[in-house]
Design a protein around this ligand. Structure first.
Ligand code: FAD
Ligand code: NAP
Length: 315
């Protein structure tokens, strides 16, 4: 029986592993289906992780020491995909893996993150992390004083367009319809911002570029013509998929309470509605979707898991 099972090895899962093992839990496994590090390893440069001041620090550079630091305190890493977490009759949890095997755990911290949706236009994947981005907070500064394109018509796209408009010389807000699904006051602020140009009824077709990076975007307009937008940065905000599949039970219900958009509902201690089950990082409600916040969540969840295991199993 594990003291704690951690699902996902991004910044939240790795930090949970560090705090859980260093805080005294004995038998802790972090299940990660790929290499540990999480989605930040896709980023060519990270500038906003406190203390990590090296020039041109990539997401991969940032994350490389994290697993080794955890292993020093006894965290076991198993490269497995978890398919489901279920609750046993005695209140412990079963971790079901894609190889058909399962493991029992006294507590579980789910840190499976989220995946920004891709819009699906040509060369989007080729230039992802090299001019195509899904994170304005992270990458907006690289386009200071330059023009950028923002794709999407929801709250995220409009809010991020407003953020980018403060840094960039011009923002082309490209939306496939002529009405937005964003809050009315956000729409009003966008329309009142002089350096945001609305490009409506415009479907992105292809991101343009070369070995140096992105040079622009071609969009198809409603009247059958195309337009080329010259911009070295293309930001895609077409929604997010929360990686919540591991919490889905055989009958289609979720193990714990979820928000309508599929995020795990937690309190400020990262506790879910089920005792002993915690969630941390991008997959929880109101996540700021930043490495430093995911790491902080992981630490909070692990400290809570230590208390839970002590109280329920070690007395
Ligand atoms: P993730 O990093 O998504 O990690 C989740 C992990 O769980 C993944 O490794 C995944 O493989 C694993 N996993 C998922 N499902 C399973 C399963 N069923 N079984 C086993 N393992 C599973 N943030 C910043 O602060 N600064 C930046 O500059 C910045 N730049 C970014 C640039 C890009 C291109 C992207 C995409 C994001 C960027 N972010 C940045 C956001 C940051 O990466 C995330 O907020 C952070 O990684 C979230 O951490 P997490 O641990 O919650 O989830
Ligand atoms: P969203 O509301 O799902 O909006 C996604 C947008 O992307 C839509 O405008 C959609 O167009 C467009 N889109 C989707 N697929 C596309 C594609 N392949 N090509 C081009 N465009 C595409 O996502 P979100 O903006 O990330 O918001 C997610 C949830 O979080 C929402 O409930 C939102 O209200 C909430 N949120 C709230 C706040 C806030 O309260 N301040 C801030 C951010 C997010 P269509 O409109 O044509 O479908």
């Amino acid at each position: 029986m594990l003291d704690c099972a951690i699902i996902g090895g991004g910044p939240a899962g790795l930090t949970a592993g560090l705090y859980a093992t260093r805080g005294g839990l004995d038998n802790v496994i972090m299940y990660e289906k790929g290499m540990p590090g999480g989605q930040i390893t896709m980023s060519s440069e990270i500038e906003n992780y406190p203390g990590a001041t090296a020039h041109n620090l990539s997401g991969m550079d940032l994350m490389i020491p994290w697993p080794e630091q955890c292993q020093r305190f006894g965290l076991k890493h198993e490269m497995s995909e978890v398919t489901r977490v279920s609750r046993n009759e005695d209140g412990t949890f079963a971790i079901h893996k894609s190889d058909g095997k399962s493991e029992n755990a006294k507590s579980v911290i789910v840190c499976t993150g989220s995946t920004p949706k891709r819009a699906g236009f040509l060369a989007e994947d080729t230039y992802f992390g090299r001019g195509v981005s899904t994170c304005a907070t992270c990458d907006g500064f690289f386009y200071k004083g330059k023009e950028v394109a923002v794709i999407g018509g929801g709250d995220t796209a409009l809010e991020e367009a407003l953020y980018l408009a403060k840094i960039c010389s011009k923002v082309y807000l490209i939306h496939r319809r002529d009405t937005f699904r964003s809050a009315p006051n956000t729409i009003a602020r966008v329309k009142a911002t002089a350096n945001i140009e609305l490009v409506l009824n415009a479907v992105p077709e292809e991101v343009l570029g070369n070995a140096m990076g992105v040079s622009g975007l071609r969009v198809a307009l409603k009247d059958g013509t195309t337009r080329q937008i010259d911009a070295p940065g293309v930001f895609v905000f077409v929604g997010n998929n929360v990686n919540n599949q591991v919490l889905m039970q055989e009958d289609g219900s979720f193990l714990c309470d979820m928000s309508p958009s599929g995020e795990v509902i937690v309190n400020i201690s990262m506790k879910t509605s089920v005792a002993g089950l915690f969630a941390a990082g991008d997959m929880r409600i109101e996540a700021p979707k930043q490495v430093v916040c995911a790491a902080g969540d992981g630490a909070v969840a692990a400290l809570q898991a230590i208390g839970y295991v002590d109280e329920h199993f070690h007395n």
